[in-house]
Design a protein around this ligand. Structure first.
Ligand SMILES: NC(=O)c1ccc[n+]([C@@H]2O[C@H](COP(=O)([O-])OP(=O)(O)OC[C@H]3O[C@@H](n4cnc5c(N)ncnc54)[C@H](OP(=O)(O)O)[C@@H]3O)[C@@H](O)[C@H]2O)c1
Length: 189
């Protein structure tokens, strides 16, 4: 695709992922950190980012996103299915993650396009919450069943691990920022 677009003026908005940093869970990562991946998926997305930048230069905008949630998303459906079938959901109690809503991502992308913003973007909820806490808040509102979540330690460590994108850019409107709490409230509406 990049080669096809090499000689015209089209722009590519490429959805990348937090997994480009899954080789370093010791901290959250900003747009200026050098990606380091361990998983095949993360390595593949780094290669895509680099190839697109090499060929298209400023004409590719890299948008890194965390777990996407929506009222019709596979993740949300899985929670509801698990409740219905009383099926245990495994979550990590020591893994800090961020999240994003599909509807907010659409608005953020529109903003990036309309304001002609360039470079790499980290989009995701701004507050700190573990994966376990995020699921706990949702599940506690949907069912009285107490044992639906099974807590695990990520990488069998007791230390906190981070699978989280943070941003050092200030050009996305603050009205387009979200917190995990906003996301949970929207999903439960
Ligand atoms: N979902 C998340 O939580 C999440 C998190 C981080 C990053 N991302 C990134 O966001 C992007 C979209 O994710 P998603 O979860 O929406 O994935 P998805 O549900 O698998 O959708 C992928 C889309 O790409 C199309 N596609 C796949 N292979 C293609 C090919 N060879 N040629 C043309 N079109 C192709 C699919 O078309 P068909 O429907 O026709 O198959 C589908 O519309 C991906 O790049 C993913 O890495 C997603």
């Amino acid at each position: 695709m990049a080669k096809e677009l090499q000689n015209n003026c089209s722009r590519v908005y490429f959805f990348s992922t937090t997994n480009v940093f899954d080789g370093d869970f010791s901290r959250s990562h900003t747009e200026t950190d050098i990606p380091i991946a361990e998983s095949d998926y993360g390595k593949f997305k780094i290669k895509c980012e680099n190839k697109l930048k090499e060929i298209l230069d400023e004409r590719v905008v890299i948008i890194r996103i965390p777990a996407i949630w929506g009222k019709d998303s596979p993740r949300w459906k899985l929670i509801n299915e698990s409740i219905k079938n009383n099926k245990v959901i495994d979550v990590y109690s020591n893994l800090v993650c961020n999240n994003l809503l599909d509807v907010l991502l659409a608005k953020q992308l529109r903003f990036i396009i309309e304001h002609d913003l360039k470079g790499t973007f980290h989009l995701g909820s701004a507050d700190v919450m573990t994966q376990g806490q995020f699921y706990e808040q949702i599940i506690s509102k949907l069912t009285s069943e107490k044992n639906l979540l099974r807590y695990r330690l990520f990488q069998d460590k007791v230390d906190t691990c981070y699978f989280r994108l943070i941003s050092n850019r200030d050009d996305i409107a603050s009205t387009l920022q979200s917190t995990n709490q906003n996301i949970i409230s929207y999903l439960l509406e």
